[in-house]
Design a protein around this ligand. Sequence first.
Ligand code: ADP
Length: 479
Amino acid sequence: MLQLSSAPVRPSLLMPSLAAVVAIAIFVTDTVTPLDIAIAVLYVAVVLLAMDFAGRKGILFVAGGCAALTVLSYAITHEHDPASGPFLRCLISLVAIAITGALAARHQGTIESLREHASLLDLTHDTIFVRNQDDVITYWNRAATELYGWRPEQAIGRKAAELLNTEFPAPFDDIMSELKRTGRWEGELVHTARDGRRLVVASRWALQRDGRGRPGAILETNNDISDRRQVEDGLLRAQRELAHVARVATLGELTASIAHEVNQPLAAVVTNGEAGLRWLGRPVPDVGQARASVENMIKNGQRASEVVRRLRALSRKSDPSYAPVSLADVVNDVALLIGRELQGHRTTLGVSAAEGLPLVQGDRVQLQQVVMNLLMNGMQAMDGVSARPHRLVVEIARSAEEPQSIVLTVSDAGPGIDPASLGRLFEAFFTTRQDGMGMGLSISRSIVEAHGGRIWATNRPEGGARFHVSLPIAEERIA
Ligand code: ADP
């Protein structure tokens, strides 16, 4: 296979010397031996040998030299007679040399221009290499050498995935079948350079097909995004830590009502325990009543431990884990924790979820944080309202505009949002509350957007604000 390496070709004297020896041997044989055959035709071999070391002009020069030697040999050994056999043989040889020279020069010209095009690929900062269907590298540009540390002669002929220790985002066979289906593939890969550095690259593959549509070479272009990825990862970590701090701060605000949520079932456990003892302490123990008391104790104990479990999940600092989750369950989790707080603010909470809603793909704790922020905001917004009941309504339904999303809305009966603030609500540190931090909605937005969703606010015509969170459906499964 022709390999178009743009690397400089090292001149070797072997082939020019061989061509010279062959040319001299033909000249001597043609001049000295009285054979009646067109020996000079063999000069075409010299022209073909020249293809290995000479350029287009060089080949024409060698062909011209061979023609001159043919004529010289004829001039030395024969009288000029246009009708004679030797003259015709000389003519045939000259024609053969001329045709071979012209074809070889044209072929060499094509190769030279291809090599020139290939060398253009050395000018780009992008890493470019070509692999065949067996993943073997056939071309390797200068940027690839600079990034990975392997020179073309070290890389060409090696399997790309082995040489670069590639980590793929999906099984290699799946990527190859997508490439064969669409002719393209894009994604992020992790490569290991020669010196052991791990590199994150944005990779684009394009598949070349032959005349019959069969897959051939694969052109792979890679951009090193390791630095960008590091900054992004740092930003994401900082965002997560901030979200965690805000979550813990919110839980701090709720300490009194959460303590109540735990205390209430514990007090019920004690009361039921005492009642149970009394039923058993009767002259004729009432086992049925005692049993009912114990069952109540178990139920209340479970409720207390459920509150603690949710509390621990919310305060724990852990990486997000995305899984199909029911938004109705998320709302119930939060309602259990803030029920007492809502009561304290004379707020009632109504939750309505459409039947058979699909699940969304998300991190349960993060989504709880979003819902908690929205409910607390609505509750606080209604604090100064005395004209109408403090009612918070959560509705969960399939989105009318985006069929592949579920929308959760939280409506309150507060003063609504000042139209001048509508555009800034989700900015960090935007707050109109005296003791507010202005981080709740900004954190909620980053969480929702990291889930591939959207969050926005509107004012209700009948008064109050409505916050909408739209999240993509995980899969068509009934919640
Ligand atoms: P904070 O609650 O600390 O102020 P947020 O980011 O949660 O921070 O909210 C930012 C601002 O958005 C609030 O100060 C308030 O002006 C406005 N806001 C949020 N929710 C509501 C709501 N339900 N009704 C009216 N205004 C709201």
